[in-house]
Design a protein around this ligand. Structure first.
Ligand SMILES: [Zn+2]
Length: 66
């Protein structure tokens, strides 16, 4: 699979620095740790950004954890 998922790609300007640095998932904001998958590459401010997300997919939102 390549390219963006069906829903709209995250906008780099709206991501946190941690998300831009691939520390946190670009979609759900969870810390990636050792796992992650490349969501895709976007251009922001003239620079290519590689965005990462949870692998194999973002976990469903629960209220169990804060
Ligand atoms: Zn995620």
């Amino acid at each position: 699979m390549s390219g963006w998922p069906k829903n709209s790609p995250p906008e780099p300007s709206r991501l946190t620095p941690r998300q831009q640095m691939a520390i946190d998932c670009a979609r759900c904001g969870r810390e990636l740790g050792a796992r992650g998958r490349v969501l895709g590459e976007v251009r922001y401010g003239g620079f290519p950004f590689k965005l990462w997300a949870c692998a194999p997919a973002c976990p469903p939102r629960t209220d169990a954890t804060t």
